[in-house]
Design a protein. Sequence first.
Length: 217
Amino acid sequence: MAANDRSTAERLAAAKMIASADDPIPTVGGILVLGKRPQDFLPGAYAQFLRIAGTEFGDPVTDTEVCRGAVADVVRRLDDKVIAHNRTSVDFLSGPVEKRSSTYPLDAVQQIVRNAVMHRTYEGTNAPTHVYWFDDRIEISSPGGPYGAVNAENFGQPGVVDYRNPILAEAMRVLGLVQRYGFGIPAARRLLRAGGHPEPEFRVDPSWVHCAVRARA
């Protein structure tokens, strides 16, 4: 990049963070990826985390966090909350080597949460991404129904992918937050099965996508 003699504006335009070098108005993707306070322009561009002590809405809330900032900040703050609440047990009696197991496979939860952040709609709504952690499950919801080639019937199937936010998807891939290959949900399914969890439950509505990840029985 240092040798190609492009200006900062030209580099931003090439990455589709601004409209063009001559018209340096931020794109929606640019606001989400590089903005200091994206929520000033896209009020729903944040995530709401709740830890609910119980199994029903209305049970006591023991932890809450509004995750704001650029998309990388939102994802990393959600990571912090998921890691903090994902308890790890240690078994050092059943064998010569201690065994550690977590309530949920972290990679599986991260895949689903990051997919929700990446594929949601950011325009025409003030609704955030929701991550609600109950005693028996985690519920992840994102505004915006299926998009393009994805529909309620093929949602989450291997190789079926489309991008409502291609600039954001590419930026999250470059930042190392996701893989842009449509493998996120299949990978999460595999990790949950390996950990003895039920299959994740998806409900795809015209304006929302919901996922429930249940604890082991």
